[in-house]
Design a protein around this ligand. Structure first.
Ligand code: BGC
Length: 426
């Protein structure tokens, strides 16, 4: 084909191509780094892609598999260091401030002002999204971490009358499930999953005050005291009910075992619900959500958010900046908040939406959030980057995971190691 013919072929192809695709490319591109890769999560984030594309922008998906987001954070750091950040990335809690203090984030104050974010969001949430008074991130949702997911059919087979509300009832249910040949607790042995269970146990044994003293104040007496030893003692017992094939397993593969009835329960935040929903199961009949035993009245929250990056020179075009602003705007709009959160298992981050559109677990979460807030029992999740720096969190993860993988681990020693680890990470 000579040059003229090649050009003609390109032109005729271009006329065949839908105009919208060109318009979108021309309007700007938004690249988002996130770790929403399970079946249910991917369905939820697909809603954001659709809405951004509806506004004429191109969505560039940079998903990094790995629950809890450790792998995504590693990728993000490498990209930032090499001067090639995405437009936006899933970053949470105090970590938002750290990224902003490095000068890597940009502010979206204009979008926030035009869309009334200060009015729509509670102060706790909006403060976390701001650096030096400017919005550098947009909150997506609120997840509750201290949940227990139950398959009622498996419970029935094992002769268990109701979902456990205390640790004793949890172990008793575990014994019955074991006797019926059902895995009592589906659990993937990955550091973030181990620590998700650990923080639930801290909340169950020590209450909301103890949780706060341990993870926020990082108080020596609390971290090394008799109650922390009890937390590890209970964790050791709980471990005996966990999936023997769980080493290194992803959380969603473990969720699948509860959905199929191979296992009876899973201790997991309410992103687990995204897997039940994606499998067509209904809350309240096909599955039950109850607070992790002993944590009724308390609520550990995990707010997903997208932090906005300054673009590298080569990407810093008006179109790409407009695309990033559009993403920020869309995330807080009711259309997105309803559909995304129904798919994701979380509740909306703005509190003016109609919760009757949500299932019983979503409604319970919204009510428990408000009640816990009033009672002073609303706590930021340590395992999900809301309570500490990533360095301190990493030190806790190490101690907990070593403890969980050692049959002969000593609870009192683990409590001491916990304090030592946190102190040296600070
Ligand atoms: C995130 C959730 C995600 C879960 C599993 C949590 O830290 O906040 O959005 O679904 O990890 O990957």
């Amino acid at each position: 084909m000579n040059a003229i013919n090649r050009l003609a072929a390109v032109i005729s192809l271009a006329t065949l191509f839908p105009l919208a695709a060109h318009a979108a490319d021309a309007k700007g591109n938004v690249e988002v780094v996130h770790w929403w890769t399970s079946g249910g999560e991917a369905k939820a984030v697909g809603v954001l892609k659709q809405l951004v594309e509806k506004d004429g922008y191109t969505w560039q998906d940079s998903a990094v598999a790995g629950g809890g987001g450790a792998a995504a954070m590693t990728v993000l750091k490498t990209r930032a260091v090499s001067g090639n950040p995405p437009s936006a990335a899933q970053i949470k809690g105090p970590d938002i401030q750290e990224w902003a203090s490095l000068g890597l984030l940009t502010n979206v104050d204009a979008v926030a002002k035009a869309n009334n974010w200060d009015k729509l969001l509670s102060k706790t949430v909006s403060d976390t999204m701001k650096f030096e008074g400017h919005y550098v991130a947009v909150p997506v949702n609120i997840h509750r971490v201290n949940w227990l997911w139950v398959n009622p059919e498996a419970f029935k087979k094992a002769g268990i009358a109701k979902a456990p509300t205390t640790l004793e009832e949890l172990y008793a249910a575990g014994d019955k499930l074991k006797a019926a040949g059902i895995i009592p607790i589906a659990h993937g042995g990955q550091p973030w999953q181990d620590s998700t269970v650990f923080e639930d146990m801290v909340l169950s044994v020590m209450g909301a005050d103890g949780f706060k003293k341990a993870f926020i104040d990082q108080d020596e007496a609390t971290l090394t005291g008799a109650e922390m030893t009890k937390v590890f003692t209970e964790l050791k017992k709980l471990k005996t009910y966990m999936d023997p094939d769980g080493a290194g397993q992803d959380w969603n593969l473990e969720a699948a075992k509860v959905i199929s009835g191979k296992a009876g329960m899973q201790i997991m935040g309410d992103w687990a619900k995204s897997e039940w929903s994606a499998a067509g199961k209904k809350a309240g009949s096909d599955y039950e959500c109850v607070p992790f035993p002993g944590t009724q009245g308390s609520y550990t929250y995990n707010i997903d958010s997208l932090a906005m990056f300054k673009l590298a020179k080569k990407n810093d075009t008006p179109g790409n900046n407009a695309a990033r602003d559009d993403l920020a705007k869309v995330v807080l709009e009711p259309e997105f908040q309803y559909v995304f959160n129904q798919n994701k298992g979380s509740i909306p981050v703005r509190n003016d939406l109609d919760m009757t559109k949500f299932d019983s677990c979503g409604q319970a979460s919204a009510k428990d959030f408000a009640d816990a807030d009033k009672a002073g029992k609303l706590e930021p999740s340590m395992a999900h980057n809301m309570a500490t720096s990533l360095a301190v969190q990493g030190a806790i993860f190490d101690v907990v995971t070593n403890f969980m993988s050692d049959k002969n681990a000593d609870p009192a020693k683990a409590a001491k190691q916990l304090y030592a680890g946190i102190s040296s990470a600070k």
